[in-house]
Design a protein around this ligand. Structure first.
Ligand code: FMN
Length: 167
């Protein structure tokens, strides 16, 4: 499945961070990242294209989060995972990563920097926004809407609660 011109332009125009990775290519390289991703991380598309997005982990070990992501890729299903990532200048931030399979191994990822005073409702609002974007892309590229788990908003709330509890 190829990224249509329309999908390409749409991804670049969306104001929330978006990345597209081809998990059927060796080491699942990024094929697209939008300006909102650059604004968040400090990395422009030219520097990240062709690289696996784990470079954002900057050497911080997080085996559980990584195996959760690998399982979701393997099973071609959506997942939300909290990660420690680094901006280009090396500073660490908590990244709530949302991932959706668009078909044929292509995954959409959206990065959400958890604010110091995180709110569950604003995180769920972001989740719903991303689901809307992912559905629009799935329709444009694969001619069908995504199979979104009905309980994925609950899963997001639970992930944020667990993150808040850790302090
Ligand atoms: N990992 C991150 O640490 N930060 C990200 O923002 C991020 N975005 C991703 C976006 C997409 C579309 C995909 C498919 C993956 C993303 N990942 C991100 C996850 C890593 O690329 C990788 O899949 C993860 O670290 C697990 O694999 P590994 O154990 O081989 O590193």
């Amino acid at each position: 499945m190829s990224i249509t011109r329309k999908s390409h332009a749409f991804i670049l125009s969306v104001r929330i961070p978006l990345t597209l990775a081809d998990t059927r290519q060796p080491d699942a390289p990024l094929v697209l990242a939008n300006p909102a991703f650059e604004e968040l991380t400090g990395y422009p598309l030219e520097e990240v294209e062709g690289h696996n997005c784990r470079f954002l982990q900057g050497g911080i070990p997080q085996p559980e989060a990584r195996s959760e992501i690998r399982a979701a890729i393997e099973e071609e299903r959506e997942v939300q995972v909290m990660l420690k990532n680094r901006h280009r200048d090396g500073t660490v931030f908590d990244n709530l990563l949302f991932m959706y399979p668009l078909g044929e191994g292509l995954f959409l990822g959206s990065q959400f920097r958890m604010p110091a005073t995180a709110r569950i409702d604003s995180t769920i609002a972001r989740h719903q926004e991303i689901v809307g974007v992912a559905n629009a892309l799935a329709e444009e590229m694969a001619g069908q809407r995504l199979k979104i788990n009905r309980t994925s908003s609950d899963a997001v709330a639970q992930t944020v609660r667990a993150w808040m509890a850790k302090g």
